[in-house]
Design a protein around this ligand. Sequence first.
Ligand code: BT5
Length: 311
Amino acid sequence: MNETRRKILEGLADGPATGPQLAGELGVSRTAIWKHVEDLREAGFSIESDAKGYELVDVTGYNGPAVEYGLEAPYSIEYHETITSTNDRARELAAGGAEEVAVLADEQTGSRGRLERAWNAPPGGVWVSIVRRPEVPPARAPLFTLAASVATARAAREAGVDAHIKWPNDVVVPVGDEGEYRKLVGILTEMEAEADRIGWIVVGIGVNADVDAGELPGGATSIREEVGDFDRRLFVQRLLELFYGYSDLEGVVPDWRDLALTLGQRVRVELADEEIVGEAVDVTETGALVVETDGERRQVTAGDCEHLRPT
Ligand code: BT5
């Protein structure tokens, strides 16, 4: 956000302030303050002015400055009304040396799932990709996907959605109690790494937020579909704050276990060259799924996982 505008918002955080007061504090002219206030109003900050001065009464916008305002995580937000893919843009920024940036879009026109599958991203979603440069070995990278699913499931629960996690990268809403579900969120993590060090990691999170289920593929749901009206700006802020809270990866696995729909299920996991059917019994400290099959425990680090009906 523009530095002067950020300072004006700080100046209004504790109550009304007059133009001359703000101009004096910020060392700019009253006309400059007035112009910045107009820009802020256009960005969805409801700023009233009366004899007491300017007063911030609400934030109704959904854009970079509005999401950064009051965000308790050190990410700067690059907002796009529409973009091909937030992951592609985040990768570009990461390659240029950026970190702690979140690319956020209202709509994506060419977004991707895993294995180059297409991802539907109509307007109203929360399509966000976070660039980080964590100092952890590449083997721990899958934990960032788990952290993103835990953070997103917790933010969705705070919004009133019965969100659970399906290994490895989906947040889902259960239907019935036999492991069936509707998909609310998909996560695509990409990185550049050397053998012992991660250069950058991009965690792309796609949440069907303020979207009609009719605009989504079959089997998908959205926050609006589950709970009706909700505040998309507050939701994305909570998601980013909760994800930031797992920066050191501490507590990710136990929290993941608490939210998992997959544990205890009969599953079929498709790997590149084989298929495993068995009971999902645990997830390891590096995020691998442990599947018990014919008394043998197998660890699966990547693959498509299908919940099967109990036999
Ligand atoms: C995923 O892949 O679930 C990862 C999706 C990641 C999307 C985010 S949005 C922000 C960032 N920018 C990007 O370009 N991508 C990331 P996968 O597990 O492969 O699931 C893909 C499958 O989910 C598709 O083949 C469809 O069957 C289904 N699908 C597509 N769009 C969906 C949606 N909006 N909601 C639910 N399911 C969807």
